[in-house]
Design a protein around this ligand. Structure first.
Ligand code: AMP
Ligand code: MG
Length: 494
């Protein structure tokens, strides 16, 4: 018998309590020889947990799923989803388990979940496992996104299981412990709309409203307002992604949260040279989830949420469709509003300008980047440096690039002076360093092939401080060699 489980978290599990029939109670598959690869001590503290206890032998066993945590009620959540445009009526947690919820130090309810903890009733043909590389990738990129200030799930721990998982080759297995505002996805609504009908969809919608949109509890049209609220958070999220060159890579409806957090870091990557057609995912052959398509896809996904909610929006189905359609038709405009705000920050502009002129300045800068195949992150950071008094990086990047002089003159004229607050906002909108693909791959390869975690730890430390320039870390700001980017591919469900 394993030792008794220490009390790691103060669980309080509303999903299990309020939504019976929306999940299957299940247990993790034990790991043969767990070892702690990474623990997020500051996040542990935020969750009210003791990092030393989590890192103790009992804690590591618990984080590998080898014995139950006190108060946890592990479940596999049911969901469906549109994947690359086609409906899969039965997805669900095939390799994940929700352990339960805790209230964090900021008073926010957070899910604590495993990924890679073994087969469940939703596993279909999958093995329920996660390889160490993808677990570390999710840890790295989600924590990088958090440091950039972008809503995201977090990563609490990665434990190697000591078991191998079969992929193209045998790879070390791992369990990632993920923290999320919740794991309710558009696909969760699709599942209950497809299989059960409006009563159950209403229960789920009421749960989501209470948990994520409490201001709508008293609304006279709560379900239309829920759709509007989700759309607004997604519009903001997509604008934030675009602002840092993030490409999610697999924006299926089961990977889009109702909370507005980025979720599921599979084939994600950051764009280097600016090109809206950029796509890295090996299975995205038609560029459905390309950088520049993400707003359109979010709208498409929201239409699937709307369909699931129609019966709640209006008892007259024509009316329901008309109301939902009117709302979603405005989505591109909502993204544009948030995108303009992001771009104004990136260009160092206050709010005083004409929206159309500021948008045009942003578009024209992006056109210059695209024509010159220039690095998106470094070019915007060079603008910040110029605004802060150092024009050299901007000159070095653009040299005699045709058209830059004229654009630069317009940019200078638009905002001749910047108060400290505006300059600070500009800095925070233009990271000095992002998770560059070749750096991520290098760190994961060292970790997986040689069990050398030093490059991973170093990269993580660099990414946790993305806005401050440091001479020691300058190599992390360099784009990948062109030949690496040309054939860079990321993989899904690995
Ligand atoms: P993803 O592409 O990671 O968003 O996963 C899509 C669906 O496939 C979800 O239902 C996952 O639970 C399931 N899935 C992905 N990988 C595995 C695996 N190795 N074993 C079982 N199910 C999996
Ligand atoms: Mg997923």
């Amino acid at each position: 018998m394993p030792p008794p489980a220490p009390r790691l978290f103060a669980f309080d599990n509303t999903y299990v309590r309020d939504l019976e029939n929306f999940y299957v109670r299940w247990k993790p598959t034990p790991a043969s020889k767990p070892s702690l690869i990474r623990l997020n001590t500051s996040l542990a503290c935020e969750l009210g947990a003791d990092p030393a206890l989590l890192a103790s032998p009992e804690g590591i066993e618990a984080l590998a799923g080898n014995y139950p945590m006190e108060g946890a009620e592990p479940i596999a959540q049911a969901y469906a989803g549109h994947q690359f445009g086609g409906f899969s009526p039965q997805l669900g947690d095939g390799r994940a388990l929700l352990l339960g919820e805790v209230i964090d130090a900021n008073g926010r309810r957070q899910d604590i979940a495993f990924k890679g903890s073994g087969r469940t009733p939703f596993s279909r043909n999958g093995d329920g496992k996660c390889a160490l590389g993808p677990a570390l990738r999710e840890y790295l990129v989600s924590e990088a996104m958090h440091a950039l200030g972008i809503p995201t799930t977090r990563s609490l721990a990665v434990v190697a299981t000591g078991d191998m998982v079969r992929r193209e080759r045998a790879l070390p297995g791992a369990v990632l412990t993920r923290v999320a505002a919740s794991h309710v996805r558009i696909g969760t609504f699709e599942y209950f709309a497809a299989h059960q009908g409006p009563e159950q969809v209403k229960r789920l919608a009421d749960y989501v409203i209470a948990r994520h949109y409490p201001e709508l509890v008293a609304s006279t049209q709560p379900y239309l307002d829920l759709l509007a609220g989700v759309a607004e958070r997604q519009a903001l999220l997509i604008a934030r992604w675009l602002g840092v060159g993030f490409i999610h890579g697999v924006m299926n409806t089961d990977n889009m949260t109702l909370s507005g957090e980025t979720i599921d870091y599979g084939p994600c990557a950051f764009m280097e040279a600016y090109d809206p057609a950029t796509v890295f995912s090996s299975i995205d052959r038609h560029g459905r989830y390309a950088y520049g398509n993400q707003a359109d896809i979010a709208q498409w996904n929201l239409a699937r949420l709307a369909e699931s909610l129609l019966a709640l929006i209006d008892t007259d189905s024509d009316q329901a469709v008309a109301r939902a359609t009117a709302l979603l038709t405005a989505f591109p405009e909502r993204v544009a509003v948030h995108w303009l705000a992001v771009m104004r920050s990136k260009l160092g502009f206050d709010e005083s300008g004409q929206a159309s002129e500021d948008s045009q300045l942003a578009e024209d800068f992006l056109s210059l980047l695209q024509a010159g195949k220039l690095d998106f992150t470094n070019a915007f950071r060079a603008l910040y440096d110029a605004a802060a008094g150092n024009p050299l990086p901007l000159q070095a990047l653009f040299g005699n690039e045709a058209g830059f002089g004229a654009w630069h003159a317009r940019w200078l004229a638009r905002q001749p002076n910047r108060a400290d607050a505006l300059l600070t906002a500009m800095r925070r909108a233009n990271p000095w360093v992002i998770a560059r693909n070749h750096r991520v791959e290098e760190a994961l390869a060292e970790a997986v092939d040689r069990m050398n975690l030093a490059p991973f730890e170093r990269l993580l430390a660099v990414l946790q401080n993305p806005f401050e320039s440091r001479a020691d870390d300058i190599a992390y700001t360099e784009p990948a060699p062109a030949e690496v980017t040309a054939c860079y591919q990321t993989f899904c469900g690995t």
